[in-house]
Design a protein around this ligand. Structure first.
Ligand code: PEP
Length: 256
């Protein structure tokens, strides 16, 4: 299983910013195949990023994949403001981030909707990264594992047998964008629990499912976090916005 290091740019970067970033970033990861890298720009920059990656791949070898930050589950129709899996397929998008805590908490997405999106993504050949994680209040009440288990069981209801086609990101809500990352021990405890849960749910069919950690990952904490046996990569927000910082995180992973 290759580590996956994924960049979630959230609502940052125009098309021009995206192209400038890729121009700087891509040469640093040419011929780097030990790990997989994914970049999720905003929807408006997906097309340009896709063309840029395609051109780069004609000129050299890159293991850089394209991701979307969200999608709706229907293929088309009267869903103003939404983006469908077919639209992502057309742009050669490989991954889609689903159930991010900002989608859950700012936009009110519920587990049932996330479950429909998970089904649809897999059906359309997109690899979903399901985000789960507890709030600070839930952690302080000792409910972390219960919350994470409920989110995973509900989001994956009916698709347990397809576990090899998806990845999971454990992102404690209190660690996202706060500069306060989970300690390696805290992350490992939850990752180990998720591994045994998905192993049981999929009846052992989880050997291609990576469990990423997300929440204030940066070049200083990445090295210790990735050494944990059940941490299979990262979903990086703010530190991925700078190509040099994102590359430094990648180098920490390569050192393991
Ligand atoms: C994220 O948005 O998935 C994330 C982990 O953000 P940050 O790295 O900024 O905490």
């Amino acid at each position: 299983m290759k580590y996956l290091i994924a960049a979630n740019w959230k609502m940052n970067k125009t098309v021009a910013d995206t192209l400038e970033y890729l121009e700087l970033f891509l040469p640093s990861v040419k011929d780097l195949f030990e790990i997989e890298i994914m970049i999720a720009p905003p929807f408006t920059a997906l097309s340009s990023a896709s063309i840029k990656l395609d051109t780069a791949k004609k000129e050299g070898e890159y293991n850089v994949k394209l991701g979307a930050q969200n999608m709706y589950y229907e293929e088309k129709g009267a869903f103003t403001g939404e983006i469908s899996p077919l639209m992502l397929n057309e742009l050669q998008v490989d991954y889609v981030i689903l159930g991010h805590s900002e989608r859950r908490h700012i936009f009110g997405e519920k587990d049932e909707l996330i479950n429909k999106k998970m089904f649809s993504a897999i059906e359309h050949g997109l690899r979903p990264i399901l985000c789960v994680g507890e709030t600070l209040e839930e952690r302080e009440l000792g409910k972390t594992l219960n919350v994470v288990e409920a989110q995973i069981r509900k989001a994956l209801a009916g698709i347990e047998k397809d576990m090899q086609f998806l990845d999971i990101a454990y992102e404690p809500v209190w660690a996202i964008g706060t500069g306060k990352n989970a300690t390696p021990g805290q992350a490992e405890e939850v990752h180990k629990f998720i591994r045994s849960l998905i192993n049981e749910m999929s009846k052992g069919n989880d050997d291609k499912t990576r469990i990423l950690y997300g929440g204030s990952v940066n070049e200083n904490n990445a090295g210790d976090l990735i050494k944990q046996p059940n941490v299979n990569g990262f979903l990086v927000g703010s530190a991925s916005l700078d190509p040099e910082r994102f590359y430094k995180i990648i180098t920490k992973v390569l050192e393991v």
